[in-house]
Write a protein that binds this ligand. Structure first.
Ligand code: ADE
Length: 244
């Protein structure tokens, strides 16, 4: 039996480029305007793809990875805005749960972030993938690591008030634009999922400048982490073993 295929999903070209440097590429496949790169990474089979920015792109790409490529686990890497005073550009946040902060059915009596008729409020990441991500991130010693909630919305947050509200309302450590929708699709398909984000800015008024400055550092951190992490993942349960 061939080893399980791991999906790697990123939002931007610069995030994929560092991954491709270590990918022993076998072929690429186009679907829905996205290029899926198949090959070996640290000698394990992976398919890596840029989904583009935002929740619709991310959800579409995730379902393609599951339905067309039959991935057995999914890793989402990228950058995020840090929320709260503790978190600085360069730091790493490993998600334990994900919420769509721009989902708002409060006039119908639902808490902000709660999806309509969904049996959970937040989507949890896989505990074993999380453990491996934490172990791999410990090898990046020049930045701090956090485990906590990440919130997602179709907005680049660049306002201290909004950043403060996301931190308070959702107890979130970081904000970005894809991972809660990826998590929702993985939840519905029972695919183990982890999201690891490097902080590129503090989601405040200077966020767009910090984003340009820190994204290369954040991307380099994420790539180091992936190289450390993939070999640890051989023991992660697959979708098949979860369903059995
Ligand atoms: N990704 C990186 N920084 C972000 C921010 N401030 N808001 C949303 N997504 C981000």
């Amino acid at each position: 039996m061939s080893p399980p295929l791991t999906g790697i999903i990123v939002a931007m070209q610069e995030e994929l480029e560092v991954i491709l440097q270590s990918l022993d590429k076998q072929r690429s496949v186009q679907r829905a305007g996205m290029e899926f790169h198949l090959g070996l990474y640290a000698e394990r089979p992976v398919v890596a793809v840029i989904c583009g920015v935002g929740k619709v792109n991310a959800a579409l790409c995730t379902q393609l990875l599951i339905s067309e490529f039959n991935i057995q686990r999914l890793i989402n890497l990228g950058v995020a805005g840090g929320l709260g005073a503790e978190i600085k550009p360069g730091d790493i946040v490993i998600a334990d749960s994900l919420v769509q902060h721009d989902m708002d059915l409060s006039p119908l009596g639902l808490a902000k972030g709660q999806l309509f008729r969904m049996d959970v409020f937040d989507f949890k990441t896989d505990p074993i993938l999380r453990k491996h991500a934490l172990q791999a991130s410990a090898q990046i010693t020049h930045h701090d690591h956090f485990v906590g909630r990440i919130v997602t919305g179709d907005q680049f947050i660049a306002s201290p008030n909004q950043a403060h509200a996301l931190h308070q309302d959702f107890s979130a450590l970081a904000c970005e634009m894809e991972s809660a929708s990826i998590a929702q699709v993985c939840y519905l398909n029972q695919i183990p999922f982890i999201c690891i984000r490097s902080i590129s800015d503090n989601a405040n008024t200077g966020a767009h400048m910090d984003f340009e400055q820190f994204t290369p550092i954040a991307v380099a951190n994420a790539s180091t982490l992936l190289q450390n992490m993939i070999p640890l993942c051989d023991s992660v349960p697959t979708q098949a073993s979860i369903k059995a």
